[in-house]
Design a protein around this ligand. Sequence first.
Ligand SMILES: [Zn+2]
Length: 394
Amino acid sequence: MLLAAPMAVAQGSVQARLLTEDSSLSATRDSVTLRLALSQPVPYRVRLLPAPPRVVLELNTLDWQGMDWPEVAGLRGLRMGHRGDGWARLVLDLAYPMLPETVAQTVQPEDGRAVVELALERAELEAFEARADDESSFAAAYSDHLLHPDAPVRPSRDDPQVLRVMLDPGHGGVDPGAVREGVTEADTVLAFALALQEELLRRSGFKVSMTRTDDSFISLDGRLRAAREARADLFLSLHADALPEGLATGAVVYTLSEDASDETAGLLAARHDRDDLLVGVDLTRNTDDIASVLMSVAWQDTKLRNAALAEALVDGIGAAGLRLHSRPVQSGAFSVLRAPDMPSALLELGFMSSPRDLARLRDPQWRALMARAVADALDLWRVRDTERRALLQR
Ligand SMILES: [Zn+2]
């Protein structure tokens, strides 16, 4: 295989190093997967060049030194070099047309290291050429994966970047939430919240608070106040409601909106507000509150972060192979989510009205799996959110 010698790079710039022992290049009959382990995240871009088909991966301020790539099926050759303007370049000469299935950079919160993964799948020549011709739109499609080097993504040892999470197990005390077979929603979601807290604390980079740690009643406003006092970066309300029709099953993530995404979402939002009346809290003016939150300047950014949070939760739960509702992302006028500047979501872990969901919710092993999936999701959201903020600051 042809390997071009890396040229000298400009001195004085902060460079990411390729961690050769953790980097790999592998192939199957119809795919090639490249994993680059880096000492720190770098901006990068991918381009496709036609005739002959090539994939060009460029990474900013990366030193290629020391990597000895194996020969793999699917590639005629692989060349490394530097463009001289800070961009290091890797050219893959394809044996047949392939298109990127995955292009992603993930950052490990523990040590600030990054992995750039590029997975290529065999494709029709026509499809390849269509993408290769339109380089600008291709670059735009992957612009999410650009990461600015000045972004404060690398946690320092003394002052680690900690994500302060407020877990909010719903209901409690005089308000048991849904009740099935002698099991209350309040107890079920508290057991889950404790498992999730344990899982998050096992990982680094999380500080966890809870709105309640026993079977006591907290008003919706009290839950929000607790999040404020803890200066939470993220608010996650946990539920496992019952629905009258008994048909709902699987996890659903709700974010705040004025109008409910469907009848069920409207019902759940209204019911949770009504529960506050159990201790005489009047929320009749609450719809106005939500309207003013949705008009605030801060909300424009929070709305996007909420959508990303919901997406990450669905990705995490789906990746763990756990049951998701057929419409896993929904929205409604949930009072407890009405913080204009704090990313918030309400997660229905499942529905106690579904016998199958109920069996899962009662199973500590299932709860541990779900806790791991949600923790994965929060890790994922944190990386994506940091990348997005870095892009905005450019
Ligand atoms: Zn509930």
